[in-house]
Design a protein around this ligand. Structure first.
Ligand SMILES: [Fe+2]
Length: 574
């Protein structure tokens, strides 16, 4: 249907000249634009859009018009997750979508980092194709593929190659761009600065990542046209960014839950229209045990955030940030009929979900199936390690080590290997290029706590490196061989015995098994790591992030440690 025909039909339906396809009556409807809940509302739907929203109950109808009585129920616009990761949740697309459908999230803006970090352009291409024709509405941000050093950006396509992906209507902008990378003086910095300029000229948005930045640094970064950030963890950080013009996304998902830390912001007498609630991705355990953005929303409501504000943070505010409010974010004439029916404003438990005027979920049952997504065989064979040598580490004297100061943050530490207690706390850490160069770097890791065996992952953030941490080299070798056999994922082994594992053959990042099975495999893996001494919650995530420039301070690559502050490559020798 062309645009003119659609608009004419909508207009004629509103005038009562033609019957709507569906009508929802007697609703306690949320007007996201004014923040009001209004009783006795009726929504007339035609061709997947809202034709009329108001108190007029005299609609024309024919035998095909579907009438839904929402007596006593509240009506909301479909939720929008403004920042999510569909791949780093460790399961396939279809499985992810299947589980999002009952949550009332009808639009998702997904990052595209993961597959492209491993396979470059193909990673974007197949992901973008997979987002089309699904029962939910998808948009994407094009990942800038910021690595620690140039070598981790080996798969990043040249900016010209990215133009078709940027021009795509479904692309809303450049994905989260680490602030430190934008300031790099070498060609690494040049590439992303140029990409930002191209995107801005095309009218696209630039999504930020400002963890740890403040004052002049933050403002200098904002000067590059950055319009959002999902990293603030305190009320002060939220306020500083709101004042600079950011759309602040409060992250409430599996990586971190920021609502308690930023709660004070809701008591301020400021304008909240640039405040957004998003997940930044939810892992299978979180998904199945708490939920998706619906769970984040329930947490906000439980914390005392007024329902009007909570719902605006997941509907109109997100739509306005992405300049999609002409289509989604509110239930007003001409907008998409993306609708969630819940028992009351304070009880977010979807009874019915509609996307584009079509019921996709009702009374505990889904009515649509995700479209099957195709990935080429080559994307299931990405662990390319031919020859590798586990070079021996020094046993005496001083050595440089990565020390975990929390489950994600690290620091540089010089350890004394002659000091028995300190030597007992360190283990080996190996970063191994899995793109075929055979290069690896072996260093020390303190504070992970593992007492026996080795754990390794190919699910590393922002790098195609495999990362293995271990107490002895035979266990590390078993892990490497098993990861090669499985096509990637996570493996824990003691000696030559594999104790637990999560095979993730799609680019070494995702499994195509049911979400429940994936949750069980990861839980077992994490339980065995904890039983063997690891004190951290979600230890799999701890290792996944050791090669990422997203988190300070000392990280690892296959050519050495990297100090995030100055991107200096450092060796074992202090
Ligand atoms: Fe993210």
């Amino acid at each position: 249907m062309d645009e003119l025909e659609r608009r004419l039909n909508l207009s004629r339906a509103a005038l009562g000249e033609i019957p709507p396809d569906s009508v929802i009556t007697n609703a306690h409807s949320f007007n996201a634009l004014t923040g009001e809940f209004i009783k006795g509302q009726t929504i007339w739907i035609k061709d997947g859009r809202v034709a009329y929203a108001g108190s007029d109950h005299n609609f024309v109808k024919d035998h095909q018009t579907q009438v839904i009585d929402a007596e006593g129920m509240a009506l909301l616009p479909g939720l929008i997750d403004g920042h999510t990761h569909t791949v780093s949740n460790r399961c396939g697309f279809e499985e992810f979508i299947k589980h999002v459908i009952p949550t009332g999230v009808t639009t998702l803006v997904t990052e595209t980092i993961e597959l492209a970090t491993v396979v470059g352009r193909d990673g974007f291409e197949y992901l973008v194709k997979g987002l089309e024709g699904q029962p939910l509405r998808f948009y994407y941000t094009l990942a800038p593929l910021c690595g620690l050093t140039l070598e981790e950006e080996v798969n990043a396509p040249a900016n010209e190659e990215l133009l078709p992906f940027l021009k795509n209507k479904k692309c809303v902008g450049i994905g989260e761009i680490y602030w430190g990378n934008l300031f790099l003086e070498n060609e690494q910095g040049e590439r992303v600065r140029e990409l930002v300029a191209i995107a801005l000229e095309m009218g696209k948005l630039i999504e930020g990542h400002t963890a740890g930045a403040s004052g002049r640094k933050l403002q200098a970064y904002t000067d590059f046209g950055i319009s959002s950030c999902h990293e603030p963890i305190t009320e002060e950080e939220v306020l500083e960014r709101l004042r600079l013009g950011y759309w602040v996304m409060i992250r409430e998902g599996s990586i971190r839950k920021e609502l308690p830390g930023v709660a004070g912001i809701f008591k301020k007498e400021i304008d909240f229209r640039r405040l957004i609630l998003s997940t930044d991705g939810v892992d299978p355990e979180g998904f199945l045990e708490e939920g998706y953005l619906d769970a984040s929303l329930r947490s906000a409501l439980k914390m005392g955030v007024p329902p009007q504000l909570a719902y605006q943070m997941v509907t109109i505010n997100v739509a306005e940030h992405f300049r999609l409010d002409h289509l989604i974010g509110s239930l007003s004439p001409g907008k998409a009929a993306d609708i969630v029916i819940v028992p009351s404003p304070g009880d977010y438990s979807p009874q019915m979900v509609m996307c584009d005027g079509k019921i996709i979920f009702k009374d505990g049952k889904s009515f649509v199936k995700p479209r099957k997504v195709f990935f080429p065989e080559s994307m299931f064979h990405t662990v390319n390690i031919q020859n590798h040598n586990l070079s021996p580490l020094p046993t005496h004297g001083k050595a440089r080590a990565i020390e975990l100061v929390s489950r994600l943050v690290t620091r540089e530490n010089i350890i004394d290997l002659d000091h028995a207690e300190e030597a007992g706390e360190v283990m080996m850490i190996l970063a191994l290029d899995r793109c075929g160069s055979g290069q690896g770097f072996m260093g020390f890791l303190k504070g992970f706590g593992l007492r026996r065996g080795a754990y390794g992952t190919t699910m590393s953030w922002d790098t195609p490196d495999m990362i293995v941490v271990g107490c002895d080299t035979p266990s590390m070798k078993t892990v490497i061989e098993r990861l090669k056999e499985n096509g990637g994922g996570g493996v824990y082994a003691i000696g030559d015995e594999v104790i637990s594992e999560f095979p993730a053959p799609l680019c070494g990042l995702s499994s195509l098994k049911p979400m429940e099975k994936i949750r069980d495999e990861i839980k077992r893996l994490e339980a065995s790591l904890r039983e063997n001494g690891v004190p951290w919650e979600k230890p799999v995530l701890t290792v996944d992030t050791l090669g990422s420039p997203a988190i300070p301070h000392l990280r690892i690559t296959h050519h050495g440690y990297v100090r995030l502050k100055d991107r200096k490559i450092l060796s074992i020798e202090p």
